[in-house]
Design a binder for this molecule. Sequence first.
Ligand code: 13P
Length: 248
Amino acid sequence: MRQPLIAGNWKMNLGLKEAVSLISELKKVKPNKAEMLICPPFVDLPAASEMVQGTHIQLGAQNMYPEEKGAFTGEISPAMLKELHCRYVICGHSERRHIMGESDEFIHRKVVSALAHGLTPILCTGETAEQRNEGRTEEIIREELETALFNIPSEQAETIVIAYEPIWAIGTGVAATAVDAQAVAHFIRGELTRLYGETTAEKIRILYGGSVKAANIEDFMAQKDIDGGLIGGASLKAAEFKEIYEKV
Ligand SMILES: O=C(CO)COP(=O)(O)O
């Protein structure tokens, strides 16, 4: 059985005071069968780490640099994240791919490095509106998966989380329909089966992301291949995120 995962990607939102206030609210939420994860900005992580110790809330980072240490100005290493008890790290979010120009190969290095340090990568995939209109969604996702997962053995692959985030649905208020999201999640599971076999593919959690809110989470969670949500805007408000978590 795959444990549902409700993950909040705060992106570049919430400074330290706001982070502390949101986490205080989330700590009051009663744990259920789903895992609750928050991925705050780096500067919030030390305080967040202390606050979530011993609670049901897991901590993740939004990014990392795939090297041990050294002359990489402005970057954060996987060991630094581990020291703060981060369990997850988002790799290859479309904002990093498109705004910061991250390539599939670079994202592959991050996935490998995260796994080597005992961090669980949340590997993001998804097509643009143009690619979708051209009927290229599966081709894009296959390429993203094959490159990012290249040479990763199945014992490691089974721990990875894959997020399907259609770029046209991110921050737009227009989510994919649950049926469309399921079709792509099913395709992803098929690709994972092709790469690793069914036993491993069935263990890998697939999240949907893109305008998830309390009003639509149940539709996504009802889908066979969708195991949770990667949530941006709606993870910034305690009441909304709580409601999403409680509906899983
Ligand atoms: O990009 C996302 C999560 O990583 C989704 O963002 P929104 O939930 O704000 O659409």
